[in-house]
Design a protein around this ligand. Structure first.
Ligand code: ADP
Ligand code: MG
Ligand code: ZN
Length: 505
């Protein structure tokens, strides 16, 4: 009997299981660098203007630990339910590269500030929990710029502004099983890092760099396949595309009988393909040893309790609260929480109108308001779009819910208010948009329209379905759009069913 499984029919995704582990480096939001006092506000600054002997790696310069950076990693650890050691250590990771002139990076090897955490988020296949192996603190390298020299020769320039900036590395277990889940993990991690204020985590600006370790294995088997590390993805979409492409490429190679090799590949967004950066990756020996210039770092429980106490409500908890306590759909909760400006607007309007139905509020914030937010870069003092105020938005919704302002007109009033900041009542008054929900006033308008449109009434009796729509339109016209359309519709039906109107008289 052959131990080789016969080639089974079916697509590559049916036959192979994708396995992905993700490494994220993110720049921490601090005023100064990791081990010196140089400012981290170097974006757009001339090269080599944010440097000192420490971050230039000059011999004899001594590092000092940035407390805020440590707190950011501890906060991240607490937010992902990781365990934090009572004492941690700094290690030298030794390697040579021109962007690392001192020949080593100060990092954490055996005792990371956080280990064994997890992150849970929704995917189109349902909720997924990815185990996070570790999160540790290290320093960023300088930046190499490859350019053309004065006579066209290829030269490399070095900018030390980034050198020594605090960097957090977060490594997952190989728990991700689809390209979409890889993107969703990165999105959820960005949301979390921003929510707890530890990083701006902007992928386009290199503040969050995602590397995906990708392998495939025959479905039903346990052993991990040969992994390829994919780098240079600078958007969430690129993460998803790169993982999907790599899975396909590996399956095609295995199907063709070509062995895979452990290598580092880059993602070429224009070609939508990965390419070899470093082939035949040998396992590195970084000769880690304890950093002699820094003492071990103690993390006492009072300090941890203080950091925990300063954590805001986390995205997952907020989504659960919106669903369970406010009755929002899982979809609405996810959409609102995924966007901090929407979350802020939702909370602000809810505070101004606590009795408003949460579903109405969610519809406003994710619908018309979100559309205006995309069109208007302008933000008011409370973070709302344009000149909008929470009280006015609550007023607007209250009128819609009470039926005194139609949903159609509410859209115009909202746009007007965002532009001018004028109170809702004043706009409604000026534009004559107050909706007629008074049964008596509506009844009179309906009767007048029925009397004047005998032909349409006859059409309705003859079973023509469009006739009622025409009659509603006539009432709306007669009331200059101020009638409550739903009430008009039912008043018309009531009268027609009762045999009202000229044709039945
Ligand atoms: P290294 O130390 O070389 O970076 P690790 O073993 O620490 O390698 O793994 C780095 C990342 O790669 C982790 O996120 C891990 O989950 C993932 N990983 C390891 N092996 C595989 C594999 N065969 N397939 C997919 N991901 C893997
Ligand atoms: Mg690695
Ligand atoms: Zn410095």
């Amino acid at each position: 009997m052959s131990t080789q499984a016969p080639a089974r029919p079916g697509s590559a995704t049916e036959r192979f299981e994708l396995v992905v582990g993700i490494e994220v480096h993110c720049q921490l939001r601090t005023a100064s660098k990791m081990f010196c006092g140089c400012s981290t506000d170097y974006d757009g600054a001339p090269p080599n203007t944010h440097t000192c002997p420490v971050c230039l790696g000059l011999p004899g310069a001594l590092p000092t630990i940035n407390r805020r950076a440590v707190e950011h990693v501890l906060a991240t650890g607490l937010a992902i339910g990781a365990s934090v050691p009572s004492a941690t250590r700094w290690d030298r990771k030794n390697y040579f590269y021109p962007d690392l002139p001192k020949g080593y990076q100060i990092s954490q090897f055996e005792l990371p500030l956080a280990s064994a955490g997890h992150l849970t988020f929704d995917t189109s296949d349902g909720p997924l929990t990815v185990r996070i192996r570790r999160a540790h603190l290290e320093e960023d390298t300088a930046k190499l710029i490859h350019a053309a020299g004065p006579t066209g020769e290829r030269i490399s320039l070095i900018d030390f502004n980034r050198s020594g900036a605090p960097l957090m590395e977060i490594v997952t277990e190989p728990d991700v099983r689809s390209a979409e889940a890889a993107r969703r993990y990165a999105e959820e991690l960005q949301l979390l890092l921003r929510a707890i204020g530890v990083s701006d985590a902007d992928m386009e600006r290199g503040q969050m760099r995602v590397e995906a370790n990708v392998s495939i294995r025959p479905r039903g088997t346990e052993a991990l396949g040969t992994r390829v590390e994919v780098k240079n993805m600078n958007s969430f979409r690129a993460v998803e595309r790169a993982v999907a492409h790599e899975a396909k490429r590996q399956a095609a190679a295995l199907d063709a009988g070509e062995p895979l090799s452990q290598e580092t590949r880059g993602w070429d967004d224009a070609r939508r393909a990965t390419y070899v950066m470093r082939s035949k990756e040998e396992s590195h020996d970084y000769r880690y040893f304890p950093e002699p210039d820094l003492p071990p770092l103690r993390t006492d429980s009072a300090w941890l309790a203080d950091i925990r106490g300063r954590l805001p409500e986390l995205p997952a908890a907020r989504r659960a609260r919106y669903r369970d306590a406010l009755g929002l759909s899982a979809y609405d909760a996810a959409v609102i929480v995924a966007d901090p400006t929407m979350t802020a607007a939702f909370e602000a309007v809810r505070a101004a109108g606590p009795d408003l139905p949460a579903k109405e509020l969610a519809n406003l914030v994710t619908g018309e308001y979100a559309r205006l937010a995309r069109e208007t870069a302008d933000r008011g003092p409370e973070g709302l779009v344009g000149r909008a105020t929470p009280a006015a938005l609550a007023d607007l919704l209250t009128r819609v819910v009470a039926g005194s302002l139609s949903r159609t007109n509410a859209r115009e009033v909202l746009a007007d208010h965002v532009r001018t900041g004028e109170p809702i009542g004043a706009i409604v008054e000026r534009e004559g948009l107050s909706q007629i929900s008074d049964a008596g006033a509506l009844g009179a308008a309906v009767d007048a329209v029925l009397a004047a449109n005998a032909a349409a009434v006859a059409d309705h009796r003859a079973g023509k379905a469009q006739a009622i729509g025409f009659l509603v339109g006539q009432v709306m016209k007669a009331t200059r759009g101020q009638a409550n359309a739903a009430m008009v519709q039912s008043a018309l039906r009531a009268r027609l069913d009762a045999g009202g109107g000229p044709a039945g008289a």
